[in-house]
Design a protein around this ligand. Sequence first.
Ligand code: NAP
Length: 254
Amino acid sequence: MIDCSSETVVVTGASSGFGEAIARRYAKHGAKLILAARRMDRLEKLKGELGVPSHLVELDVRNRDAVEKAFGRLPADFANVTILVNNAGLALGLEPAHKVNLDDWQTMIDTNVTGLVTVTRTLLPGMVERDKGHIVNIGSVAGNYPYPGGNVYGGTKAFVKQFSLALRSDLLGANVRVTNIEPGMADTEFSLTRFKGNKAEADKVYQGVEALTADDIAETVFWSTALPAHVNINRIEVMPTQQAFAGFKVERRS
Ligand SMILES: NC(=O)c1ccc[n+]([C@@H]2O[C@H](COP(=O)([O-])OP(=O)(O)OC[C@H]3O[C@@H](n4cnc5c(N)ncnc54)[C@H](OP(=O)(O)O)[C@@H]3O)[C@@H](O)[C@H]2O)c1
């Protein structure tokens, strides 16, 4: 059993899906946890089940002041963060670009891009100073391959991929690793959020498919950070066996 008792792991978006599974995975190995999300009731319940020291942060990652306050002044026992999992994120809607609700685009950019870079910028100096750290970003295959209605969601995840690679360049010599995990279809609350609480629409996404589970992604995140410190996994794409590529579409007019 890998011992993580010397790790302090920040997980954003720990109140459901991947984030919750990632928290459970590190707890099994004795890590200290800092769990952030807006739904505190969910975090409180999770904390009660984990059995490791856990510091909860009620946080909207879009709020720069709140991020800087929460992560800039951590309790002494939790101050030496060694792993940051930038997981908080969402997709909203599947409409084509010319019909989309502009507020949804803004929310995705604010959360998936602005939130992620704000949390990173707040916690990174400590890692560099201590000469130890690992940032794991949760990207998406949507950042690599377009699909109808993926417009700005895919754009935000392409940003996360490129930002992750750029961090590697900046952090050369700092002993801080950076990994971008790029999942395909996974059965979490992701689709319920995308379809704004419409459970029937969300359930359709996973119908007849053995989708990835949150545990599959937690396992991938954990594996990437458990490798020896001289090994950096830059990017990993993970998809369900039942999901693949469908080629180009052609519009024929005659
Ligand atoms: N499921 C998939 O198919 C899939 C595939 C590829 C990538 N991803 C990515 O994986 C990550 C996790 O998604 P999931 O599938 O686990 O979905 P999920 O079950 O809906 O979880 C999303 C998490 O993000 C948090 N979050 C959302 N907006 C936030 C904000 N403004 N501030 C703080 N926390 C926020 C939510 O917490 P609160 O609502 O409590 O704040 C929740 O804990 C996301 O970045 C998503 O884009 C998912």
